[in-house]
Design a protein around this ligand. Structure first.
Ligand SMILES: Nc1nc2c([nH]c(=O)n2[C@@H]2O[C@H](COP(=O)(O)OP(=O)(O)OP(=O)(O)O)[C@@H](O)[C@H]2O)c(=O)[nH]1
Ligand SMILES: [Mg+2]
Length: 312
């Protein structure tokens, strides 16, 4: 029997996240959690969200949206964690059951110990809704201009991709982008080899599905705080992406895209169940425009990834 649980990533105006310590005598006691609890039989999920936050924190959420759903089997119990982002609420949050609570900067969330099921939820809480992949550029200065304008638009996760460059040009372009990301909450993700993980000037790497396949075969597992994203095109690859410890996946092509005209689009109908079964945050990719974000999030995605939409 799976226990259906609703949990909330509650944000304040400074984008800090509310976490609470689980009482020592409860399941996964002593660890930090996102407030919430069991959905009662016949209860609507939004109703359970409001009830739990009122009971545990004395607040009533007024703006909320689904973030991610994660199934997890503990040795003693299976849970489906239905996680929502709460961006507005009334009342002042306090531990109504005597539990310690803290408002934590997103960057500090990893310093706290959470139940094992929460790993992908932490990643979902930290990652933004939009993931830009760089498109074509004539030279470094055009690259810098285009990435700068995306950052000004509020995009905070950027994958550098330029398969037409040789290794040296590629590294030079990455080096020219690094300063744009210093002192920002934004992250530069480099599409490329694992060696980029050793490079402290970048925020992480993005792996192709064929890299994923061979790393998975080798039994490779990512550890550490660097962001690892993976390109996936099937449910099996989404499973493998979780198994190698990726932070997130892109799933493509959702719709037709000029970048891969040969590829058959999955369509929203196939994408929904694939996201539902995934155990990591998923960005929909392929023909995505800003107005696809709502649909993607409705299906449980982290958001959308795109080149053209934000590469002016
Ligand atoms: N609320 C919450 N529960 C979590 C998280 N992560 C996680 O694995 N769980 C598990 O999900 C279940 C949630 O149960 P809960 O103890 O909060 O339920 P509840 O508020 O209804 O409490 P009650 O059983 O005392 O009435 C527990 O088994 C807990 O270990 C999380 O981040 N937040
Ligand atoms: Mg609870």
């Amino acid at each position: 029997m799976t226990v259906h649980v609703v949990a909330a990533v509650i944000l304040d105006s400074e984008e800090r996240v509310l976490i609470a310590e689980r009482p020592a005598d409860k399941h996964q006691g002593g660890l930090w959690e996102f407030p919430g609890g069991k959905v009662e039989p016949g209860e609507r999920i939004e109703g359970a969200l409001c009830r739990e936050l009122e009971e545990e924190l004395g607040i009533l959420p007024s703006e909320y949206e689904p973030l991610i759903k994660i199934r997890y089997d503990y040795s003693d119990k299976s849970v489906l964690l239905d996680v929502w982002t709460v961006t507005a609420f009334s009342g002042e949050a306090h531990g109504r059951e005597g539990q310690p609570i803290e408002w934590v900067d997103k960057a500090q969330l990893r310093d706290y110990e959470f139940p094992a099921a929460n790993h992908p939820i932490l990643n979902a809480a930290i990652l933004p809704e939009r993931y830009l992949i760089t498109g074509s550029f004539r030279d470094k200065s055009e690259l810098i201009d285009k990435v700068s304008s995306a950052l000004r638009m509020g995009i905070s996760l950027v994958q550098f991709r330029a398969p037409w460059l040789d290794k040296e040009q590629y590294r030079e372009c990455v080096e020219s982008l690094v300063p744009l990301f210093s002192g920002h909450e934004s992250k530069l993700i480099v599409k490329g080899e694992l060696e980029w993980l050793e490079d402290d000037s970048v925020g992480g790497i993005h792996l192709t599905s064929s890299q994923l396949e061979s790393l998975h075969k080798e039994g490779w597992k990512h550890s550490g705080g660097k962001i690892v994203g993976v390109s996936c095109h099937s449910g099996l690859q989404l499973v493998q992406a979780s198994e190698v410890g990726a932070f997130f996946a892109t799933l493509s092509p959702v719709e037709e895209t000029s970048f891969h005209p040969e590829a058959n689009p999955l369509g929203w109908g196939q994408v929904g169940p694939m996201i539902e079964n995934a155990t990591l945050p998923v960005y929909c990719l392929g023909g995505m425009r800003d107005n696809d974000l709502v649909q993607a999030c409705r299906l449980g995605a982290q958001g959308i990834a795109a080149i053209s939409a934000w590469w002016s």
